[in-house]
Design a protein around this ligand. Structure first.
Ligand code: ZN
Ligand code: ZN
Length: 343
């Protein structure tokens, strides 16, 4: 009975976490008829959104989950705390869920595939109280004291993410007195609306970017590159690129694929603050694009027969093998293994 009660309480909390920011955002828009948003509120919203989004994209995703670069503890702590402030679960849970996604993309064990339903991929899987298997998918991270500490203190960072805009809006421009009403609006715009945007833009990577957009690289999942989500999600919308090359610190693979997270990573690298940034060599990108071209050709000409070539540990079509011959066999096999491994 206690388990059922706990589960019921958890589901209520999850419902509140999902719907309160949504209704608060609707309320915030409604208030615009009587009170223009102040510069302080707008700044809190935009700065808070960008910082927390980068906590997710750079901290939780590219650094922690995929090990796209190495950073000293103080930088890791900053990014993981910012990620915690986006209220998408503790870093350990986020990483384990995401590794499970890469290991089973658009298959039965994918936590949030749109093949089940678009709503499920977007938010339904959260409302269903999905619990990741930490030991199985994030075992090594359980030995990382910093990651465990920030995960265990998750709600402290979340509370701070609400308290900070509340206090700033209450003091700034209020003539030396704390204005409770202004503080409330700061909490509304810099807290609830900011959370709503952080949530739905990240969730759109799971739903929209596995449903709508183009595919440049062949992968075994339905991942897509989506310009709108690419812009809003600090570069995470180039999701087909990401599934093709999970460890790459850059998700944009062309100059026009805007990837703000990659720009920040590049700047930190130039400043000597982070190292071992993973980037994909142009020849590896070229080989994967040729594979994509062959797949497209087969789709356009369904009668086209491409003989299958069997190589140790990898199966590919004749045209692909010809192209891959320009590279080395080790490259082909390593590509196949990279595709299997989320890390
Ligand atoms: Zn994905
Ligand atoms: Zn990923």
């Amino acid at each position: 009975m206690s388990t059922n009660t706990a589960s019921f309480k958890t589901k209520i909390v999850l419902q509140l976490l999902v719907w309160v920011p949504l209704f608060a955002t609707v309320y915030a828009i409604f208030t615009l008829w009587g009170r223009m948003i102040t510069l302080t509120d707008l700044t809190l919203l935009l700065v808070g959104y960008v910082l927390c989004a980068m906590g997710i994209t750079i901290g939780y995703h590219r650094m922690l989950t995929h090990k796209g670069f190495e950073a000293p503890d103080w930088i890791r702590a900053i990014f993981l705390i910012l990620g915690s402030m986006a209220l998408q679960g503790p870093a350990l849970n986020w990483a384990a869920t995401h590794i499970q996604h890469h290991a089973n993309s658009d298959e039965d064990d994918d936590p949030h595939s749109p093949l089940k339903s678009f709503f499920h991929a977007h938010v339904g899987w959260i409302l269903d109280d999905f619990r990741p298997d930490l030991q199985r998918y994030a075992g090594p991270l359980l030995k990382d004291k910093l990651v465990v500490f920030i995960s265990n203190t998750f709600f402290l960072w979340f509370a701070l993410s609400l308290l900070i805009p509340f206090l700033i809006a209450g003091w700034v421009g209020q003539g030396g007195h704390f204005n409770l009403s202004a503080a409330g609006y700061g909490l509304l715009w810099g807290g609830a609306v900011r959370l709503f945007l952080n949530h739905h833009v990240t969730w759109a990577v799971n739903s929209v970017c596995h449903t709508y957009g183009g595919r440049e690289f062949v992968t075994t999942d339905a991942s897509r590159n989506n310009l709108l989500i690419g812009l809003l999600a600090m570069g995470e919308g180039w999701h087909n690129n990401h599934h093709a090359f999970p460890r790459s610190a850059n998700h944009g693979m062309h100059w026009w694929q805007i990837d703000p997270s990659a720009y920040v990573i590049g700047t930190l690298e130039k400043l000597g603050l982070i190292k071992s940034v993973v980037r994909i060599a142009p020849e590896r990108l070229a080989v994967r694009r040729i594979r994509a071209d062959v797949e497209e050709e087969r789709d356009v000409l369904p009668g086209l027969h491409l003989p299958t070539v069997h190589l140790p540990g990898v199966v590919m079509e004749h045209g692909t093998a010809m192209a891959a011959a320009a590279s080395t066999m080790a490259e082909v096999v390593s590509k196949a293994s990279v595709h299997q491994s989320p890390l």
